[in-house]
Structure formats: C-alpha cells, structure tokens
Design a binder for this molecule. Sequence first.
Ligand code: SF4
Length: 331
Amino acid sequence: MLKYLLVVLSESSAPFCYYEKKPRKNPKRDLLPLKSLEEAVIFALKNNLKVNFLYPDHKLDKAYNALIDEVDHVKIVPFGSRETYPDSILVIESDGFPAAGELKGLRDENIIFRLRKNDLGKLSSRLNLLLMKCKRINLVLMDIEAYGAEDFEQYRRQLETVSDKMLKLSAKKDPPELSVLTDRLALDRMNNCSAGLKHLTVAPDGKLYLCPAFYYGRAGDTLGGIRNDIPIKNRHLLELKYSPICRICDAYHCRRCVFLNKKLTLEVNTPSSQQCRISHIEREASRLYLQKLKEAGGNPVALADIPEIAYGDPFEIVETKKLSIADFKKL
Ligand code: SF4
C-alpha cells in the first residue's frame, strides 16, 4: 500500500539516493509544470499520502510554494538552500563538502550524506564533523559498483572509527542517529526502501516512476501519467518474498535498492555482491557498536543482540551448504 509520494520539482533537484541527476539543459525550463504539480498534490491528498518534495538550488515562485503548502510534506533540499528552507532535510555531497564556517549554523539537522568512492578515506572525519550538528545522518555510498576488497576493508575501518565517536555521543540526552550504524539496532525485520510498494515518484516530466533513479536512468521506465490504477509490470518481483537472497538475510537496515539491483544484476529482485557485502559490513559494525553500548551501560540494554555470523554475503550460504539453485529457491 502506498504511504508516500516523492515529487522531483526540477531536473536539477538534489539527488537524495543512489542515482545521479541529469545535467541541466535549460535552468529556466527544467521545472515540473505547475499543472502536473497540482495533479500530484491532488493525488496525494486523495490517497492520504505524505509527500517528499525534492528541491532544486534555485527558488520557486509563489504559485509553486502555495501548492506545496496544500499537502503534508517534507522538503529535501541541497545544502546551499538551507537558509531558504529551514527545517528541511539537507543533502550534502562529499565532493562539495561544506567549509567549517558553513557548518557552524547547523543545529539538530537531518542530513543525507552522499559519499563518493574517492572520498571513502575521509568518511570518519566528515561524519565526526556532521554528527556534532545533526539529529540524524543517512549515509548513501555512491559508486558501489566499483568497490573491491580494499574498499570494503577501508569502509569497515572507517565505520569502526565512527563507532567510537558515536559511543562518546551516546551519553548525550538525544544522541544522533547514523543510518548504517544505529538503524539495525532497533529492527527485527526488513525495513527496505520499498520503491513501487510504499512509494512512487512524480518526475519533472509529470509522469510516475518507481523512484527518481528510474527517471534519470533509461528512457521508457515510466509508469505513465498520474492515476490510481498504476500499471507496474511484474510488481510481485519488488516484494521481499520474491527475492530469494534477501528473504533469508537479516541485514534488516539494507535499502535493498531495486534500482541498483536492476543496474548491476539486470534483475530488480537480485542484489549485487557489492550491495550485500556493504550491508553486512554495516551489520557487523552495528553488532559491535551495540556490544560496546551495553558494556558501557548505555540506554539500549533492552535491545536484542545481533547474532554473530560467519559470512559477508548471504549468497555464501548457498556455497557452504552446497545448496542447488532449486534448494535455494525453496528457502
Ligand atoms: S530504489 Fe529506493 S534505495 Fe534505490 S535509488 Fe530508488 S529510492 Fe533509492
């Protein structure tokens, strides 16, 4: 059942997840037409959906702002627009990381931090700066298709360093959350992105897509105009029960990104090894972090321990148990 709608207000809106935006062809003509915005708002109101609006780095005129205010919503904006849109979720790119002076004004922010592979070595130092100013950081690792053994190891070490910082901050009244370290602690089942199941996207062409990544990706991935009987081909494949690797996995915090699945394995229900390895590095970092929190007598003593496991990718279960593909499908 749909719970929310994403609306990409402009081709140059801040990308908030694992995709890149298209270069802006004509900055003055890249906006979602006002008529389409109205359709999106009416669709959200009729279906009782909350809306996440993705903002560009230029101001919108009054008519746009008035329509947006008609519906319960969250604004996701580029860091540079933080003063124009206070109380928004801010998107920070690692390759345009703000100077110390620009971070000064931040207080209890909600941040999406997109980290390029080239900046992996700076992850802990960047997070250390942001964690002091934030309520929550959602980390998005970009370029994961290029990750190899050394990068996985570097990511593991970086999370270990961040975990020490988080432990110090855990003594605060409202300690910050870091998606890849703290989300798994409170989960006892999969909590994935659920594009196409819990949310859909209205793109700047006024059409529906599974998520913004499908708009910026291949042409032809549109689901058509905004309407209630949305034709999603093979919709069942988006569900967990039709994903043989994911349904036996307990890296519950994993985004299980269907866009990356399709891009890297050509199947929406099959993650690449890189995705699984990264989620399991995070799962292990969360497990160790929880242990440290409990040893320090911190708040989460009531949380269930995360079991230690001997694999870094659930696909290894197939190999170690010598399962055939047919056995594996029955799991
Ligand atoms: S499918 Fe979900 S996790 Fe993947 S890019 Fe789209 S919104 Fe992000």
